[in-house]
Design a protein around this ligand. Structure first.
Ligand SMILES: C[S@@+](CC[C@H](N)C(=O)[O-])C[C@H]1O[C@@H](n2cnc3c(N)ncnc32)[C@H](O)[C@@H]1O
Length: 353
């Protein structure tokens, strides 16, 4: 009697009867994915996506151009191509796939910053302490470095640069989508709290010429934000305001945004931030506050729950459900007016009560 066979995600073929074998492969293949992520980071760090340009290159040509070991380069490229990052167009000759093209530094929505950050030494050392998070709920960063993520980054300008490059690469594409899809025409002045170097504000102001805007950030990002706004030619409409939203939030804006930053904080600090936004909006009943965040949905999607683990491990915060945000907003004097989805972001639009 012939066996019914099934193909697993990583290309292994097993008999359907061998479910324990399949489970073992599943576990092992998860650990292999970590090595794949290191291969992506290594290729990106060596600038390989930038030199595989409009024509395919052999592993030997890549190695010569970058002064690397040809055999190691071939093995990395073969593994990447086998997993959809680059394609092997003929024996030992590689060209871009859509995913590898995104790793080019000159791609308009380049993902190279994220590829470098996820395996940055600061992250790797923190993951080495991830098990310690379970003992006391503190972040892997705190266990590894004895300080919070932003205290740690504040002492290491190169790490700050790597993290803010990553935020640009994570935010570029979705910021343009947000600028198109949110009704900014109803507002005059918008401030992005913890706005990084200004990826979102620049995208919004470029698409909405009637608006003025501001980035509210800690002092460590002042210079990078100033340069980013200057490069975009928006200094006449965008300002950089330095401060900490745990203590206060600037007044006189009618739209307050906070993107992918509330989840960096535990509930106590998150509540302080929300109350500070509410104070800043004051009696302006037309003012709105928009939380743009990775919100855990009712199905506990795999990617969302994994993002939550890196948020536990790095900044020591938490990803939240809509209900959890609703409770925190209510305590701070807001109610949810509506919810909108743009790409993988949930927009929680809150009005003062
Ligand atoms: C995960 S990044 C998100 C950046 C940006 N909003 C984005 O979506 O690309 C979190 C940001 O919070 C900023 N931040 C950290 N502590 C802060 C504080 N106390 N007040 C204001 N911003 C802060 C960091 O500098 C960093 O740019």
């Amino acid at each position: 009697m012939s066996k019914t066979m099934m193909t697993l995600d990583a290309g292994r073929i097993v008999s359907e009867a061998e479910s324990e074998v399949a489970a073992r492969y599943k576990l092992n293949d998860i650990f292999c994915q970590a090595w794949l992520s290191h291969a992506i980071t290594a290729a990106t760090r060596h600038g390989i996506p930038d030199i595989v340009g409009n024509k395919p290159l052999s592993a030997d040509e890549i190695a010569r151009a970058k002064n690397l070991d040809a055999s190691a380069v071939y093995r990395v490229m073969r593994a990447l191509a086998a997993n959809g990052i680059f394609t092997e167009v003929e024996g030992r000759v590689f060209h871009h796939s859509e995913a590898s093209r995104l790793l080019r530094s000159d791609h308009p929505n380049s993902w190279s910053g994220m590829a470098k950050m996820w395996n940055h030494p600061s992250c790797l050392q923190s993951w080495m302490h991830f098990a310690d998070c379970l003992t006391d709920g503190r972040s892997g960063v705190e266990h590894a470095f004895g300080k919070t993520l932003y205290e740690h980054l504040g002492e290491d300008p190169a790490a700050t640069q790597a993290f803010s490059d990553a935020m640009i690469s994570n935010s570029q594409h979705v910021s343009k989508a947000l600028a198109r899809e949110f009704p900014f025409e109803n507002y005059k002045a918008v401030i992005d709290l913890a706005g990084g170097v200004g990826t979102l504000i620049v995208a919004i102001l470029a698409a909405q010429p009637h608006l003025r805007g501001a980035i509210y950030e800690i002092a460590d990002l002042r210079d990078a934000a100033t340069e980013y706004v200057q490069k975009a030619g928006l200094t006449d409409r965008a300002e950089i305001v330095v401060g900490t939203f745990i203590e206060s939030v600037p007044e006189n804006y009618d739209l307050y945004l906070v993107k992918n930053s509330l989840w960096n904080w535990g509930d106590d600090n998150c509540s302080k931030i929300l109350r500070n936004v509410r104070t800043a909006i004051g009696s302006n009943i037309d003012g709105r506050f928009v939380i743009i965040e990775y919100v855990i949905d009712d199905e506990n999607a795999s990617w969302n729950t994994l993002y939550d683990l890196q948020i536990l491990n790095l900044p020591g915060g938490r990803a939240r459900t809509l209900n959890e945000y609703s409770g925190l907003l209510l305590d701070a004097g807001f109610e949810i007016e509506r919810v909108q989805h743009v790409e993988d972001q949930t927009l929680v639009i809150a009005k003062p009560i």
